[in-house]
Write a protein that binds this ligand. Structure first.
Ligand code: SF4
Ligand code: SF4
Length: 243
């Protein structure tokens, strides 16, 4: 690509059929707004591509949406049972633990690598996130926690405990801001197809690599997803939202 307007025209056209219909329009508008802001700041096209590939448009869209959803006095966040030290949601399902952008992966690595060698969440529970403090059960990388952790809520901690032990329960889940973030990320990937890769990373694998003191390059290599993982993650949310 030679300039930002060329990327913008592509972003206007990409189909991203796997993105949930309810999030496609707002996701595209968010991506276009990010590109317009980049243009207004005379951002060089190479810099814009580099930042998009790290997931910055997706993070910005998700952050703004989550801010509103978490502050809504009538919304599900106002009825959530979430409290400090209540960490059943940090017992991760499977080996993956959740999807992150590259910007989040880099931030989480920087936050956790200084704690390498200290007892981590797996002392408390074998499938707990390595970022968890096993004593206080609080996140040791709170400011660097990714979108999935910022958006997951539940009306009852007992439901989360059941889910952590493998019994499905309705109720806990992510706020819409996280699905918007995934949608903008998928639209970004389609827009940059043939220009730059837009990778995603596994939360559990990145955190494990960081606390065993892997370098950033090693940790990113150990946790990089196959391209289909973003599509699969969106499909899982689609299924959850459709009940
Ligand atoms: S999502 Fe569940 S386990 Fe996590 S803080 Fe909220 S109530 Fe507790
Ligand atoms: S990064 Fe922090 S909040 Fe997220 S799962 Fe790990 S310990 Fe929990």
């Amino acid at each position: 690509v030679s300039d930002l307007p060329q990327i913008r025209r592509k972003a206007e056209r990409v189909s991203a059929a796997h993105v949930l219909a309810a999030f496609r329009g707002v996701g595209r508008r968010s991506l276009l707004a990010w590109l317009d802001a980049a243009g207004a700041h005379d951002m060089p096209v190479r810099e814009a591509v580099r930042r998009l590939a790290k997931g910055e448009a997706a993070l910005e869209a998700g952050r703004v949406a989550l801010e509103g959803q978490l502050a809504d006095p009538e919304g599900p966040a106002a009825r959530a049972a979430c409290a400090e030290g209540c960490a059943f949601c940090c017992i991760l399902a499977g080996e993956d633990g959740g999807t992150m952008t590259e910007a989040e992966a880099v931030r989480l690595h920087a936050s956790l690598s200084r704690l390498a060698g200290e007892p981590d969440g797996r002392v408390w529970h074998p499938r707990a996130c390595p970022a968890l403090d096993p004593e206080t059960r609080t996140c040791r990388a709170y400011d660097a926690r990714p979108s999935i952790c910022r958006s997951y809520i539940s009306p009852d901690a007992a439901l989360c405990e059941d889910i952590a032990e493998g019994t499905p329960r309705p109720g806990p889940g992510v706020l819409g801001g996280h699905v918007l973030y995934l949608s903008v990320l998928a639209l970004t990937r389609e827009t940059l197809r043939g220009v730059a890769a837009v990778p995603t990373y596994s939360l559990a694998r990145l955190a494990a690599a960081a606390v065993r003191d892997d370098s950033l390059e090693e940790a990113l290599a150990a946790s990089r997803h196959a391209p289909r993982e973003l599509r699969d993650e969106i499909a899982r949310h689609k299924k959850a939202m459709n009940g």
